[in-house]
Each structure stands twice: as structure tokens, then as C-alpha cells.
Design a protein around this ligand. Structure first.
Ligand SMILES: NC(=O)C1=CN([C@@H]2O[C@H](COP(=O)(O)OP(=O)(O)OC[C@H]3O[C@@H](n4cnc5c(N)ncnc54)[C@H](OP(=O)(O)O)[C@@H]3O)[C@@H](O)[C@H]2O)C=CC1
Ligand SMILES: O=C(O)[C@@H]1CCC=N1
Length: 274
């Protein structure tokens, strides 16, 4: 495992999911720095993870090997511009921001940087993340390997060779945890409507999702076949599955992921002006 110095600019949901997962996987906390304007938030993170913290972004990047930009896309430009003069040692830049393109980030940071765009997801916090990565031409094989190893410490990594595909990654896995939480929310409510106490419905729904995901990940059979294996002819499951299919569930996922990917692309225009 690499022990490079990592600095996270922004210490919110996504940053803490990644550094929390890294620390759980054995990464030395004293090699991790996180920044935020909120001293109270930093104190809590220092207490919980024993990482280095500062409200000074410039200080955090000055001797970092890898700088992870984990702030909202709408403030990225304002946060990047003052960092440019502190990046002459050319750390690898990893941006987790939805929508913002590598060329835009490079321009804001003064130019000439090795930049990796990463679309992670919050299950990184429990070591079960899924990240899509794209690198600009300045990123060398060793730097790719570093990014792969860092993100593999908190889940799976898939590289894409076209930047536009990161919008599709966002639509499937970046935003994806919210779809599955929505399904859990709906299934537990349906369980309550069928007469189960909430806590029992919740535990059954969560364990069923977990078991199904584990089966799908570990099985040689594709999800369609695993679904058919549960659907006994003239049994109970087909009633539910036919009901979902008649309601257009596949078209709903198609529409939802299109809207999500389009929003990622629009964000590049909305927040990515040079
Ligand atoms: N949440 C998710 O599931 C995913 C998010 N992402 C991307 O991750 C990025 C961060 O999102 P998320 O973690 O959800 O957002 P959060 O709001 O949770 O985190 C952003 C953090 O940045 C801090 N911040 C604000 N201004 C500055 C500054 N000038 N310097 C340093 N830190 C600052 C915020 O502090 P304060 O709250 O005090 O303003 C906040 O803690 C976004 O670009 C998003 O697109 C990518 C994949 C998944
Ligand atoms: O909703 C968002 O914009 C971010 C990016 C992917 C997940 N959360």
C-alpha cells in the first residue's frame, strides 16, 4: 500500500467516505490531511480519524503527493484559483466533482497538471465503493497505479478512456446508492402496508438487498437469470415482477439515468466557465 501524502480539499460526505474507508483499510491517518472552512467539522474529524486538519487549503496542498478536490462543483473555480501558485511541485490532482472537465480544472489550477477525474460513491465508507476514473494525458502509468490502489482500498475501480463516459458512471454508480436507498425506503413502507412492524420490514428489506447484491456479484449467472431463479412459475414472485414491468420499471431507470447524466453534462457548462 502506498503511503503518499494525501490532502483532501473539502471534508464533507464524499471526502470522509474515502478517507474513512482508507483508514479502515490500514492507510496511515497521519498521511492524510483534510480541509474545511468549518473548524468544528475539522475538530470532529480529527477526533474520529486522527487525521491532520486545517482551514488553510494552500497549506494542505503545499507538500501533498496527491490532492483530492472534494468540494461542490459550484465553488470549485473559486477554491482552485488561489491554489495554483502552491502546486509547482505538481502533485497528482484527483477531482471527485461531478461534471467538471479535466481541461477546465487544469486551467483553473494554472495548467500543466496530471489530473484524474474520479466519480466515486459513498459506500466507499464501508469499503464497498465503486469508482469510475478518467485521466488526462499528463497522468503516467505510475500515477494511474497510485490512484487505482487508493480507490481500490475502498471498493472497485473502473477506468474509462473517454471523459464523457464519466457522466454515465455518475448515472449508474455515483448517484446509484440513492436509487437503492429509495428502493429500500419504498420496500420497507410496502412491508409496513402489508402489516409488518417497521423495524422488521426494514431489517428484511436491507438484508434482502444485501444478499441479492452479494449473489449477483459472486454468481456466474447474470441478474436476469438470478431474477428468473426466484420466479417460480405461477408462484408469488412473478406477480410482483410483472407488476413492476407493467408499470415500466426499466423505462423509469432509463429516463432517470438519462436525466442524471444530462445534469452532469450541464453542470460542466453551468459551473465550468473558464
Ligand atoms: N455525495 C456523493 O454521493 C458524491 C459526491 N461527489 C462529488 O463530491 C463533491 C463533494 O460532495 P459532497 O461530499 O457530497 O459535499 P459536502 O457538502 O458534503 O462536502 C463539501 C465540503 O466542502 C467544504 N467546503 C466548502 N468550501 C470550502 C473551501 N473553500 N475549502 C475547503 N472546503 C470547503 C464544505 O464545508 P461547509 O459545509 O462548511 O461549506 C463541505 O464540508 C462534489 O463535487 C460532488 O459532485 C461525487 C460522487 C458522489
Ligand atoms: O448528486 C450529486 O451531484 C453528487 C454527484 C454524484 C452523487 N452525488
Amino acid at each position: 500500500m502506498t503511503t503518499q501524502k494525501l490532502s483532501f480539499i473539502g471534508a464533507g460526505n464524499m471526502a470522509s467516505a474515502i478517507f474513512g474507508g482508507l483508514i479502515d483499510s490500514g492507510y496511515p491517518a497521519d498521511h492524510i490531511t483534510a480541509t474545511s472552512p468549518d473548524q468544528g467539522q475539522l475538530d470532529a474529524l480529527k477526533e474520529r480519524y486522527a487525521i491532520n486538519t486545517t482551514t488553510d487549503n494552500a497549506q494542505a496542498v503545499r507538500d501533498a503527493d496527491v490532492v483530492v478536490l472534494a468540494i461542490k462543483p459550484q465553488i470549485m473555480k473559486d477554491v482552485c484559483a488561489p491554489l495554483a501558485e502552491h502546486l509547482s511541485h505538481k502533485p497528482v490532482i484527483v477531482s471527485v466533482a461531478a461534471g467538471l472537465k479535466v481541461d477546465t480544472l487544469d486551467h483553473w489550477l494554472g495548467g500543466g497538471h496530471a489530473i484524474i477525474r474520479c466519480m466515486p460513491n459513498t459506500p466507499a465508507l464501508v469499503g464497498e465503493g465503486a469508482s469510475g476514473l478518467y485521466a488526462n494525458a499528463r497522468v503516467g502509468a505510475e500515477q494511474r497505479e497510485t490512484a487505482t490502489r487508493l480507490l481500490e482500498a475502498v471498493g472497485i475501480v473502473e477506468w474509462v478512456e473517454e471523459e464523457s463516459l464519466l457522466d454515465a458512471v455518475t448515472a449508474v454508480s455515483g448517484s446509484g446508492p440513492a436509487y437503492f436507498f429509495l428502493i429500500l425506503e419504498a420496500l420497507e413502507a410496502a412491508g409496513v402496508n402489508r402489516g409488518l412492524p417497521l423495524e422488521i420490514a426494514r431489517r428484511l428489506a436491507i438484508q434482502t438487498a444485501f444478499g441479492a447484491a452479494k449473489m449477483a456479484r459472486d454468481s456466474d449467472q447474470d441478474p436476469a437469470q438470478l431474477k428468473r431463479n426466484v420466479m417460480s412459475p405461477k408462484g408469488t414472485t412473478e406477480q410482483a415482477v410483472f407488476s413492476f414491468e407493467n408499470a415500466g420499471i426499466k423505462a423509469m431507470f432509463d429516463d432517470a439515468t438519462r436525466a442524471c447524466a444530462e445534469r452532469a453534462s450541464d453542470m460542466s457548462d453551468e459551473f465550468g466557465s473558464l
